[in-house]
Design a protein. Structure first.
Lengths: 291, 358
């Protein structure tokens, strides 16, 4: 829908606050990052030299960078898949509850209100190899849990802590999506001879696909870019590089390793990736999920 | 053999609310039964109980002689058309119709033959590849019926299928549904709150009031001899005029100055009724009853005159007269009415049940 203002000036005036926020807090730092990516700066920030594309060349010839790319992919898709699957399962269950439905729903939404770093610490304590209750439980059934040594276990830990928070958010959307499906459709399918499982996959799941797609995008973006806090609080990217995602590497190389040029180049790469991801997802996938 | 038998069927909800106390109904093969009543009378609940979408609290439900109380909807071999059509929005028209057959595991070629045959019968051949959102209201309605027909069920259930259509389409679809049902000869249970739909479609009508079957019978039987004031007012439009009055010594005391010769009834206190179309207009001096005109609705072919008749002292009762052709009495004018005795309906004022002359 388009609305036309008779004045030329007013619409821009109304947009100004948002534009200002975008410019000051996004465009300007982003621009600085792009600029920084072409310079080599000394560790104390006293001088810098223009190095052209050297930062990028170095990045793309570094096996560590590709390792972090792979880590990011494994991490992000695991988080998105696990988060969606568990949330959908919970939503389907909660949708069936009649008595005390509000209590279940409220409790399931709570984790979303927990700060990422806190969520990280929570899981870090639960899985602590020497005193964490979950770790001790695993040990009692013969699984030797130590995410400080075992890279795969560290990955499992960060995936769990990153997913846990996101489940609430996904749950909320799935529940709303489920409740928007007319009951008569389910009843019609029941009369058409479809059992509960078949009804879910034939009717409910396809009808939820716009919600699922939206959540997939949101969750991937979350896993890609917003899980720094969780990783920092649980594994700090370790052991080795096993949980160093691209975003974590930006921080690590820039603020721990003090290689600001490389760090900036990595942010630029991330910016390009997020742009591409958005375009691909909305241009090519969204068309298929509309019905 | 009776096709569908409801024996002492009742529904009580978990919170103790009794939606349907007890209903008995025997439906013969190929019959078109309409459940009609105001909203909240339990007609949809009853239909959903037959469909298996609501549990049955008491009694027996038999389809072709087999008790199906605890069977899943799919096992009852019924098909239902929903008020909002309930078409699967992500499936094409073809897939919508084929879904039930696929679930039964019928071979693909068989499904194709059946769907195409039904599509042809309903004029849907051109639309088979479309999605429901690309269809008009009438087309969606047809697809919903096609989905029900394609499985060749033992019983069709319709839950107010026409209430989402505009008036013109409703009349058209009404005729179509009746024709199709006759052609297929499938036993049908149809729920509506629209008495015109009920009258025109039904072989037999069931008028429901607060979960009770007030009366069961052919539309004309219900029109001619309504069993209670509820049925009398529900069937026929505009509804029957009803005036509480007394009968004493062969005189019907309709108001302070209106007395009519009347047969005796088992009780003095009665509800006296006459249908608007059975009243004639006569000169005032020959009139049984005087009507003060309040509003006139000229519909072209007929005219409805709304007014009131005066009873004792200040009491007035609304009264409607339906005349063919065009009439234009003035508002406030008094007109004389003739109310022939053979068109009277008399009900017990206490029980509201119909009573006959002694």
């Amino acid at each position: 829908m388009s609305v036309y203002f008779p004045q030329k000036f007013l619409p821009y005036l109304l947009l100004l606050p948002q534009l200002a926020v975008t410019a000051i807090f996004f465009l300007w730092p982003a621009g600085q990052a792009v600029e920084q990516a072409f310079y080599q700066e000394d560790a104390f920030g006293l001088s810098r030299d223009f190095v052209g594309l050297d930062n990028f060349t170095e990045l793309f010839t570094s096996p560590e960078y590709f390792a972090s790319l792979k880590t990011t992919m494994v991490f992000s898709f695991s988080v998105a898949f696990l988060g969606l699957a568990v949330a959908l399962w919970l939503a389907v269950m909660a949708d069936r509850v009649i008595r005390g439905a509000m209590v279940y729903q409220t409790l399931l939404i709570w984790p979303y209100a927990v700060a990422p770093a806190l969520a990280g610490v929570l899981w870090w304590i639960l899985f602590d190899p020497s005193m964490g209750p979950v770790a001790l439980l695993l040990e009692s059934i013969g699984i030797d849990w130590n995410h400080f040594i075992n890279g795969d276990q560290a990955m499992i830990l960060v995936v769990i802590s990153a997913t846990w928070k996101q489940i609430s958010y996904n749950f909320l959307f799935f529940l709303a999506g489920l409740q928007a499906i007319p009951r008569s459709l389910i009843e019609a399918a029941a009369i058409d001879g479809a059992g509960p499982t078949k009804r879910f996959w034939d009717i409910v799941f396809p009808l939820l696909s716009p919600t699922t797609f939206f959540l997939l995008v949101v969750n991937l973006v979350y896993a890609f870019f917003e899980t720094f806090g969780v990783i920092d609080a649980t594994t700090q990217g370790g052991p080795g590089q096993s949980t160093t995602t691209m975003v974590y590497k930006v921080f690590n190389d820039g603020f721990v390793g003090l290689d600001l040029g490389s760090s900036a180049a990595q942010s630029v790469v991330l910016m390009v990736i997020v742009g591409l991801m958005t375009v691909v997802q909305f241009r090519y996938i969204e068309r298929k999920v509309q019905y | 053999m009776s096709d569908l038998v409801l024996r002492n069927i009742g529904k009580t909800y978990a919170n103790g609310y009794q939606a349907i106390p007890s209903i008995d109904l025997t439906i013969e093969e190929g019959e078109f039964i309409v459940l009609v009543g105001p909203s909240g009378c339990g007609k949809s609940t009853l239909l959903r109980m037959v469909a298996g979408l609501e549990s049955i609290s008491q009694g027996d439900l038999l389809i072709k002689g087999i008790q199906v109380n605890n069977k899943e909807p799919a096992e009852r071999d019924i098909a239902m058309v929903f008020q909002n059509y309930a078409l699967y929005p992500h499936m094409s028209v073809y897939d919508n119709m084929a879904y039930g057959l696929k679930n039964r595991g019928e071979p693909k070629s068989e499904i194709e033959t059946k769907v195409n045959a039904v599509a042809q019968m309903l004029g849907l051949e051109e639309l088979l590849t479309r999605k429901p959102r690309q269809l008009s209201g009438g087309q969606r309605q047809r697809v919903a019926m096609g989905r029900a027909m394609v499985r060749d069920p033992k019983v069709f259930l319709f839950d107010e299928p026409l209430s989402n259509l505009d008036a013109k389409l409703r009349v058209q679809m009404r005729v179509e549904i009746r024709e199709l049902q006759r052609k297929l000869g499938t036993t049908t249970l149809y729920v509506t709150h629209d008495q015109v739909e009920a009258m025109t479609l039904a072989d037999r009508l069931v008028v429901l009031n607060k979960g009770h079957a007030e009366q069961v019978g052919t539309p004309m039987a219900l029109y001619d001899r309504p069993a209670s004031t509820f049925v009398a007012q529900f069937i026929g439009s505009p509804s029957m005029n009803l005036i509480p009055c007394t009968v004493e010594d062969g005189v019907l005391q309709l108001g302070a100055d209106c007395q009519l010769a009347s047969p005796q009834f088992s009780t003095d206190k009665i509800m006296w009724g006459i249908r608007p179309e059975h009243v004639d207009i006569v000169p005032l001096q020959d009139a049984d009853l005087n009507l003060q005109v309040k509003a006139v609705e000229a519909l072209g072919a007929e005219t409805l005159i709304h007014g009131s008749v005066k009873a004792d002292r200040d009491k007035q009762y609304p009264f409607v007269v339906r005349l063919s052709g065009n009439h234009a009495p003035d508002i406030g004018q008094l007109i004389g009415l003739k109310v022939p005795q053979h068109a009277w309906h008399v009900f017990d004022a206490e029980t509201t049940k119909r009573i006959e002359a002694l």
